[in-house]
Each structure stands twice: as structure tokens, then as C-alpha cells.
Design a protein around this ligand. Structure first.
Ligand SMILES: [Zn+2]
Length: 284
């Protein structure tokens, strides 16, 4: 049994003290791959370094857990997307352990950056992605109309797109599926107050298009017990999310783990059967 957490914000300060223990627990829970999401030039760079260091250490430790990274600027940080910052995103995008461009997209829920800055940063990253063979890693909250309008224009030029942490409604989901996007589900679905609708919607996503994620350290599943006192989510808990998704879809946990893992590896361009050499030997 093997699981992929497609959203681990491992560069977050919440993991600064005990990352090795966190990774060990993840491996113990059957996690074979974590995608370290980049949300700014600094975290994208740190995520790539983390994945590189981990790969160097991996053969010695004989751990099957792999780390890969993404390069992007989150809509929250869109006002930092200067032309220099975008050049850094593009440079990093060519590294072999960087598997996607993003997180990029629009977040009108919190509006941490002005909306026009968000739209500009989003388009700029779609343009970067269109010049590579790598997919985009997308974030959208309460911005479905603008997000879709922009993405529809770029979609034909993109290798693929993953809407991570989907929390929207049925119409939105159907539109994303019609655009041939992949969909990621977090422990939001385990929240009886605001995630109930996702238990229905998760059935509409065909095999081969669905992935599971923690979005840790955020979104600790509300129905976990016992809950860690810290309130911190971590990659090991993707097993909890996967169980909830499997139950909602009427699939066995093992089946769900197998098909979401295969989907994630193929989406991110990784060999289907991970060997200890991982996804390429050069660290260029
Ligand atoms: Zn996000």
C-alpha cells in the first residue's frame, strides 16, 4: 500500500523543529511521495533544496519516501510577483525535482493581494508553464469565474492542471472536469460543518483524475481522533483523508490508495514504480 500527499507545505515554520520525525511518520503511514508546494520564490527554492537533500540522504537510509517540489507564487503573495521573481520561478521550473509550476491561481476569499495583482501573477505563471512540459498546480478560492476565464485561454497550451484542495460546488467541479483538470481533496471533506457536500461531489471525479492531500500544516481533519494537541496537520494523516475519500466513493482504502498514487505519479511525470534512484539522477 502506498499513498501520495500532493500538498505538503513542509517549508512552513510549523515543521522547522522536527521535519525528520515528520517524514519518518509519513513513511510509516505508507506515504511514498510528498509534493512540497512552493508558495513564494523563497519557499519554492527551499522546497527544491529540501527535495534535493532528501534524495541525497535517501539511498543511504533506504527509505522509499520521495520528495518533489513545485515552483510558484501563491495568490496570497501575488503582490510580490515582480518580473525578477517570475524569472526565478521560471528558472526553478526547469530543475528535475520540480514537477509543476504553482501554487498559482486566485484567492478572493482572503484577498491578501489585490485582485488585479493576483490575475497578473496567475497569467504570468500560466505563460511560464506553457513554455515547459510540466503541469500547473492550481489554487482557487471564491474566484471561480475569473479563474476559469483565464485558465480556459491557456488550457490548450498546458501539459496539465491540478486544482488542489477543491472546496467548491458541483457546477464548478463539472466545469473543471470538462477542462480536463485533475482534482485534489483534503481533510476539508471530513468537516461536518462545511465539507459535507464534498462527500457527494468526490464521487463525480473519475479514476485517473483524483488525488488526495493534507495541505499540511493546515486543514487538520476535524474528525480525527485522537487529534494532535498542536493542531498541526502532517503528511502521515493523508491516510485519514484517503480513508474518508474511499468511503465516500464506495471504494476500498487499498483501491483508492492504488489509483490515486498511480494518478499522482503519472500527472507529475514520475515513473510509476518508484525505485530508490527516484525520478532522475542528476540534481541539476
Ligand atoms: Zn492552496
Amino acid at each position: 500500500m502506498s499513498l501520495v500527499d500532493i500538498a505538503g507545505n513542509l517549508t512552513n515554520k510549523a515543521f522547522r523543529e522536527d521535519l525528520p520525525a515528520v517524514l519518518e511518520r509519513a513513511a510509516g503511514a505508507g506515504v511514498s511521495l510528498i509534493v512540497v508546494a512552493g508558495v513564494s520564490t523563497t519557499t519554492s527554492h527551499r522546497g527544491w533544496e529540501m527535495a534535493s537533500d532528501h534524495r541525497s540522504a535517501r539511498n543511504a537510509k533506504l527509505t522509499p519516501l520521495e520528495l518533489v517540489a513545485t515552483s510558484g507564487i501563491h495568490p496570497h503573495h501575488a503582490s510580490q510577483a515582480s518580473s525578477q521573481a517570475l524569472v526565478e520561478v521560471a528558472d526553478l521550473a526547469h530543475k528535475d525535482l520540480v514537477v509543476a509550476i504553482g501554487e498559482c491561481g486566485l484567492d478572493y476569499n482572503r484577498d491578501f493581494s489585490p485582485r488585479d495583482a493576483q490575475r497578473r501573477a496567475f497569467e504570468a505563471q500560466l505563460e511560464i508553464a506553457s513554455g515547459t512540459s510540466k503541469p500547473v498546480y492550481l489554487h482557487e478560492r471564491d474566484a471561480h469565474e475569473d479563474f476559469t476565464k483565464i485558465l480556459e485561454r491557456w488550457r490548450p497550451k498546458l501539459a496539465g492542471g491540478l486544482v488542489h484542495c477543491f472546496t467548491g460546488d458541483r457546477k464548478t467541479l463539472e466545469r473543471y472536469l470538462a477542462m480536463d483538470l485533475h482534482i485534489g481533496f483534503t481533510g476539508w471533506l471530513c468537516d461536518e460543518r462545511r465539507g459535507q457536500h464534498l462527500r457527494e461531489l468526490v464521487r463525480l471525479v473519475p479514476r485517473g483524475r483524483i488525488m488526495v492531500e493534507t495541505d499540511c500544516p493546515y486543514i487538520l481533519p476535524r474528525d480525527m481522533s485522537p487529534k494532535p494537541k498542536s493542531g498541526r496537520n502532517e503528511p502521515a494523516f493523508v491516510a485519514h483523508v484517503a480513508r474518508a475519500v474511499a468511503e465516500a466513493r464506495g471504494e476500498s482504502f487499498e483501491d483508492l490508495a492504488a489509483h490515486t498514487t498511480a494518478t499522482a505519479r503519472s500527472f507529475f511525470g514520475l515513473p510509476l514504480r518508484p525505485g530508490l534512484d527516484g525520478c532522475g539522477r542528476s540534481s541539476a
